[in-house]
Design a protein around this ligand. Sequence first.
Ligand code: HEM
Length: 218
Amino acid sequence: MQDDGPKVNVRVWDLPTRLFHWTLVGLVAASLITGKLGPMHLHQASGLAILALILFRLAWGFVGGTHARFADFVKGPRAAFDYLKGRAYYIGHNPLGGLMVLALLALLPLQATLGLFGNDDISYDAPLSKFISKSASDAATGWHGLSFKLILVLVALHVGAAFYYLIARKDNLIRPMISGWKSLPASLAHHQAEMGHPLLAAGLLAVAGLAAGGLLLL
Ligand code: HEM
């Protein structure tokens, strides 16, 4: 639904959600580089950090700010259809963007988990590979490579969509993910989104970090 009328700035994304997003971008880039060039202990560290971050985000999807919650953006196909037809306006993620978020939040931990069972056939055996046979570890390594390609496709679609909205629809979704504030039609000026508490986020992140780091002790 296009609205070319007056706009107001409204706070939409809380700080933990924004920090989550841009830290994730950095860690995915770090994983890509260290996966290609090594060293493997840094690749392992960035993979575990991604796992911790996603565990945090899954919990944040229940107790975070209004628009970070799954209840706010996980919608059925009908909502996606209505959105495509231009019949609905969304302040947080639209139903299609929400599907992409879910896909990334599912695939990234799968990717990290497969990596934890892998090996590089030279000098590196991932921490959990000792619990499975060499052939199963080789298979996990193969799937790790395959799911990585899928993630690259999703990221390309995701970033492409963000720039499509920016250029073709003149709707800047990137700036709100940085500043937290979104420019909305003036008719939505009354909108009050709850922001998740940063201390709660810090606590959840600490627990998620301990859980992911604890895998090294197995
Ligand atoms: C420069 C690259 C990127 C840009 C410009 C970008 C932009 C954005 C924007 C604008 C949103 C909010 C969409 C909306 O308003 O509904 C978003 C959300 C999201 N992006 Fe990205 N993104 C980038 C890279 C990535 C990468 C590499 C990943 C992961 C592999 C990623 C994962 C996510 C996730 C999981 C969310 C949901 C955030 C949340 O609700 O917590 N993004 N991104």
